[in-house]
Design a protein around this ligand. Structure first.
Ligand SMILES: [Cu+2]
Length: 112
């Protein structure tokens, strides 16, 4: 492990362009790990607004596993049909992940 870090440091020093690419790979790996966590950890949210045109849902949510504190914000949805399932004031349980730079609801559960 120490050896890997050392060689990475060498790459950073010697080839900034390559190092950037390598850095991206590292990030991609992180993203995958976060996705796995998002698969299991659902958080509570309250739907504030459904924007079918924009494909977004504004949700008041508690702290997220990725470190985001509680707030109200707009999420994209992975499955557009979910926009028809939720409505203003609805309690949901969901998991969100950063997809192409946009926080996106990747799992959605409605109370029975
Ligand atoms: Cu947020």
């Amino acid at each position: 492990m120490k050896k890997l870090i050392t060689s990475l440091a060498w790459i950073v020093t010697l080839a900034p362009g390559f190092a950037m690419a390598a850095g991206h790979d590292v990030h991609a790996g992180h993203g995958t790990m976060h996705s796995d966590a998002a698969q299991t950890a659902l958080v509570d949210g309250l739907v504030k607004k459904v924007d079918k045109t924009g494909g977004k849902v504004t949700v008041s949510h508690g702290p997220l596993p990725n470190g985001m504190p509680a707030m109200t914000m707009a999420f994209k949805v992975k499955d557009a049909s979910w926009l028809d399932k939720v409505k203003d004031g609805q309690q949901i349980r969901f998991a969100a992940d950063n997809i192409n730079g946009a926080m996106t609801i990747v799992r959605l559960e409605l109370p029975k």
